[in-house]
Write a protein that binds this ligand. Structure first.
Ligand code: FAD
Length: 501
């Protein structure tokens, strides 16, 4: 088999690469190892942060890539490691065009909304959900003549005279096939959130044991590239934390078809509807994907495992100990005083920043499966299948473990947080730890060429999205997808150009 450009991966970055390579005149083959394209892109919330968009212009927001570049630093400055300034510049300068390009393919965005410390509203949210990206991009790729081969897993890169010249791949009935690529290979195979070996070696044992949101993100792109001399930057970085388990049945909003004919009028209606109606629309979706805000723990809620035992300081950003609890699940336990507090602004249980806030009543309405309420701790334990004596002990010990100024150093100390004393008692959950994504991408240059250990380009090899993150810090919302589509488009074009000689 032959092609000008071979793309490995049918998520956001791979589809973008394939479309742009084909638009540049290349004959393109895209491999997707799963039954259908999608990847982590299709499991994301779907926000993209960009400037100079038609949405900003319509609202009279004066903004620029340069301001975006500078605001990204406000997110990144809490990191003790350097950012990749070249890639950050590429992202902020090209993401405005990327967003317009996505709109031209049929993707509808709602917004922009604010997300401090961005100084301007820049976050655009896809309608009705992130599967819309895959729907429109896959259609555009097929129209451009991209050959999309599903259930086809790239296994190894072929190297000839120092250049990457193709890929070995497996299909269920025909393992060990070969495709030659005259222009180049674009690795767009996502991250290694689901690969215990990579996670244990680069991050930690607790993270290796923690469930990924995308169970097929196994770092194949990184592994294949390392075999030909590439290296990973920021391998220990990841995004994740405690979140509610997904609903047994997807919400009606997540089942809406992403067609423009439905989404354009929905978008216009949302723009002119009262906030209360917009809120009802988004709440049905948000309570299926959101994480509990850490403020609820700071205010006095505790985490107990399924036996009813407390096991960690729940005020930490990431409760790694959860990975070692029975079935990896826990419940957020609090009392009636806290329930009253988290029923109104400014105390919300979850948020999509600037977009919507979910209070206890929203969970009661949209996710009754997660809300357990009883007038005694014993009855609450029965509702969640925990041991009543252990739950009672966990709450008693917490209450007794110290008020303000005790100086208690024990990780399980209360340290000034209110006691849990007032009926009714609540348990929200189950919650689990999830790894959303890992940030360890291959080192790449400004042309998205993969670099070897001496930082020299490996001829014929490009990387995009999470696979080609190259040390770029993508803090805040909407930067990972912005990078996936933007880097994919550029890598696809560059590989096609190389093919033309
Ligand atoms: C819950 C959640 C919410 C998120 N929300 C946002 C958000 O709102 N905004 C934002 O910017 N980012 C968000 N992200 C992050 C963002 O979704 C990802 O960073 C982004 O989608 C990565 O895109 P990608 O193309 O690099 O990888 P993917 O979308 O994962 O695509 C990689 C593809 O490659 C395929 N593949 C892998 N190996 C092979 C192989 N050997 N052969 C063939 N195919 C292969 C995979 O099956 C997959 O389809 C979120 C992530 C999660 C989990």
């Amino acid at each position: 088999m032959k092609a000008d450009v071979v793309v490995v991966g049918g998520g956001g970055s791979g589809l973008a690469a394939a479309i742009e390579a084909a638009a540049s005149g290349a004959d393109v083959v895209l491999f997707e190892k799963n039954l259908a394209p999608g990847g982590t892109t299709a499991r994301s919330i779907g926000s993209i942060t960009a400037t100079r968009t038609p949405h900003q212009l319509r609202l009279g927001i004066v903004d620029s890539p340069d301001e975006h570049y500078r605001d990204m630093e406000l997110f990144a400055k809490h990191e003790s490691r350097p950012d990749n300034d070249v890639l950050r510049r590429i992202l902020t300068e090209n993401v405005p065009e990327t967003l317009r390009w996505l709109c031209s393919l049929g993707v509808e965005f709602f917004g922009p909304v604010e997300e401090p410390p961005h100084k301007k509203p820049r976050m655009h949210n896809v309608l009705p959900n992130s599967r819309a990206y895959i729907f429109h991009l896959e259609r555009a790729a097929r129209r451009r003549g991209v050959r999309i081969l599903t259930s086809s897993r790239a296994r190894r890169l072929l190297v000839r005279e120092g250049s990457v010249a193709g890929v070995e791949f497996d299909q269920p009935d025909r393992p060990g096939q070969v495709i030659h690529a005259s222009g180049g290979v674009v690795l767009a195979a996502g991250d290694y959130a689901a690969d215990p070996e990579f996670k244990r070696a680069l991050i930690s044992d607790a993270v290796a044991r923690t469930e990924p949101i995308n169970p097929t993100a196994t770092g194949d792109g990184q592994r294949m590239a390392i075999e030909v001399g590439a290296h990973i930057i920021n391998g220990d970085m990841f995004g994740g934390g405690v979140r509610f388990v997904p609903p047994a049945k997807p919400s009606w909003i997540s089942r809406l078809p992403p067609s423009r004919w439905l989404m354009r009028p929905t978008n216009i209606a949302l723009r002119y509807s009262p906030r209360s109606i917009v809120r009802r629309f988004v709440m049905g979706f948000l309570t299926t994907v959101l994480v509990p805000a850490h403020e609820i723990f700071d205010a006095g809620a505790i985490l107990v495992n399924k036996d009813g035992e407390r096991f960690a300081d729940e005020t930490k950003a990431m409760v790694f100990e959860l990975a070692y609890q029975p079935d990896g699940v826990a419940y957020i336990v609090f009392d009636g005083v806290l329930a009253g507090k988290f029923s109104r602004w400014p105390d919300y249980i979850s948020t999509a920043p600037g977009f919507a806030y979910a209070y206890l009543s929203d969970y009661e309405k949209n996710r009754p499966d997660l809300v357990h309420k009883a007038d005694t701790l014993g009855k609450l334990a029965a509702l969640i299948g925990a041991d009543p004596a252990r739950l009672a002990t966990a709450v008693e010990r917490y209450n007794a473990s110290g008020g303000t100024g005790t100086g208690a150093s024990d990780a399980l100390a209360r340290r000034g947080r209110p006691e849990i004393r007032t009926s009714p008692y609540y348990a929200l959950g189950p919650v689990k730890n999830y790894i959303n994504y890992t940030d360890g991408g291959l080192a790449v240059n400004e042309r998205l060429e993969v670099l070897d250990s001496q930082n020299r380009p490996i001829p014929g090899l490009y990387a995009a999205g999470s696979t080609g993150q190259g040390g770029l810090l993508l803090k805040g919302h909407g930067h990972h997808l912005g990078w996936a589509f933007t880097s994919g488009r550029l890598a696809g074009r560059n590989a096609a150009m190389r093919g033309r000689g």
